[in-house]
Structures are given as structure tokens and as C-alpha cells.
Design a protein around this ligand. Sequence first.
Ligand SMILES: C[S@@+](CC[C@H](N)C(=O)[O-])C[C@H]1O[C@@H](n2cnc3c(N)ncnc32)[C@H](O)[C@@H]1O
Ligand SMILES: [Zn+2]
Length: 277
Amino acid sequence: MGVDGPFHDTVLRCPVCGASFSRRGNSLVCTGPKSHCYDMARSGYVHFAQRRPGGDSPEAVRARTVFLEAGYYERAAEELVKIVSSFRPSGTLLDAGCGEGYYTNRFARTGRYRVFGTDLSKPAVDHAARAAKREENGAFYFVSSLFGMPVADRSCDVVTSVFAQCAEGEFCRVLKDDGILVVAGAGEDHLLGLRQALYDTVSKSGEREDRPRAMRCLADGKIRYEITVRQEHIPSLFHMTPYYWKTSLRDAEKLQGLKELKTAVEFDYAVYGKGSF
Ligand SMILES: C[S@@+](CC[C@H](N)C(=O)[O-])C[C@H]1O[C@@H](n2cnc3c(N)ncnc32)[C@H](O)[C@@H]1O
Ligand SMILES: [Zn+2]
């Protein structure tokens, strides 16, 4: 689906005055009295963030791209699409904290959703938008904080949050009353093999603190399988995890001698309805 369609009217909102948009050439111009104008980048995304740039750095984005494009999480992505489809087979889907659009573009490829992806990292969104343009899958990307998205109230059927922060209040605001939120993140055994290679003692990861509290959990489960990471992808995998920032140089060096890395991939997922939120 192209960006020309009427859906800008129904989904995107001017972050300054809250008015809807119309498209003028390569810009989105709000219909409010001040006609706030946002240019579309060459790759097709729009930069809405008001404050200084944030989110993942170009290096982190590159590392994640290398690893994801090698296909290790393909099975998990397929499963996620199946899970979402079983609850909402079509509709408007917003991927909040979409990174390079690995999962977002998956949803767009099905041809059954009007897909929007947002992230605070400009290089990540640029990468996502380029891929969408190349594939002509119709996904529309924009840079914004997921804690204040330029998205209309009650405009989305599905919000997905994959390995990203969960902004329950904001997600509920943009979801239709019968909309669903699908959250996926690291399970207890996620990348256990990597942690065992790095550390002498491996502790279990604790429960995430930003889990939705007021929404109604409709289903939850695990996507779990084993992968063997080839030597050339081990540094990228390490770089895209939180361990990259927490590991001593001495421990990090342990990865250098590995020919391959066998590890579990374990995504915990949960599907939420708005309930009485
Ligand atoms: C671990 S990555 C996950 C990206 C993608 N969902 C994936 O799984 O490949 C987390 C993402 O959240 C983004 N992020 C961090 N803080 C954010 C915020 N306040 N608003 C929007 N995105 C944010 C980062 O830029 C990064 O792309
Ligand atoms: Zn405006």
C-alpha cells in the first residue's frame, strides 16, 4: 500500500497540533491552522521526533541487520506472524520500536495489513523504509518516540512490540477498543548458549518490569528452538544483545576462540486486549 492513500488521515496525527495530514509532493502537511510540514526522506520515512536523536546507534543497527538477515530469527518471525494472524488476520498494524523493520516488513509482506513502523533511531527507520521500498510492500515508517507517537486515538487493530520497551498507556490510546497488543521479548533461556560462553555463572533473567499491567492477557507462550551461529555472525549477535554493554573485556574475549555457537532462541510472547483500560 502506498503512502498516498487516505490512511494518513485515519492514522497519523501532527505531533505539534494533533491535526490530520494531507500529502503535498514529498511532504506531509497538517490540516491544522499552522500547516506544520514534515518532509519525507528519500527512502520514504518521515521524521516526527521533536527532541534530539535517540534510539540505537548506526553500529548497533548494522550489527542487528547482519544477524537478522542471516536468517537465525526467521522461524520466530514466521511464528509471530501466525500468532498475530490468528487473532487479527487483517487491519492496521503498528510496530512500535520496530528497529530495522525485520518483523514489520514481514507483516507487510503478507499483504493483509496496513503496516506502520516507528522507532526513535533514524538509521534503523531509514533501513526499514529502504527495505519496504525495495520490496514495494507498502509499509510506512516514521521516527518518533513510542512514548508519544503521532498516531490517532483508537486507530490501530494491532500494536506489536518486539524486543522493545512497552508503553502500555500509549499503546492503549492508539488501539481500537477491540484492538490487540502483541508483546515479544527474551524468554528465560534466550541466548543461553551465548551467556554460557561469556560467563562462568549464568543467572536466570528476571521478569520484565514494563509488562502491561492493566490490559487483559488473552494468550501467552514461548517460541523456542536451537540455532548454531556461524563464527562470522557471533560478534553481531553479541553486539545486538544487552550483554554487549555489561560484559568485561576479558569475558568478551572468550567469544573470539569460538568456531560456532550453539544456543537456544526463546521468545516469550503475550497477546493483550484493551479490557477496561
Ligand atoms: C532491541 S531493539 C528491537 C528492534 C526490533 N523490534 C527488533 O526486534 O529487531 C529496540 C529498539 O527500540 C528502539 N527504541 C529505544 N527507545 C525508544 C523510544 N523511546 N521510542 C522508540 N523506539 C525506541 C531502539 O532504537 C531499537 O531500535
Ligand atoms: Zn500541526
